[in-house]
Write a protein that binds this ligand. Sequence first.
Ligand code: FES
Length: 93
Amino acid sequence: MESAVLEAYEKLITININGRAYEVPENNTLLRVLQFMSLDLAYSKYCWNGDCRNCAFKYISRKTGNEVEALGCQMRCFPNMVITRPPDGVDLN
Ligand code: FES
């Protein structure tokens, strides 16, 4: 599928944020996924290129099983990704 803000994707994948499952486009960064979810992102808060770190979030590493931090504008979501702390200020309710 094509979108103005999303990378091309063929299917949706399931990710988990704060214990709740969401169906989101594969092949996209967490910030793009949050846009897909129609969350009210404060766009001016984000540089979108890895400099400001305002998009920092925590997830469970597939390799180690440990909670690690990544940048939402750089890290692509993967199937069954478990996000334990979304970027500050992102309201999932
Ligand atoms: S949006 Fe600035 S580092 Fe990700």
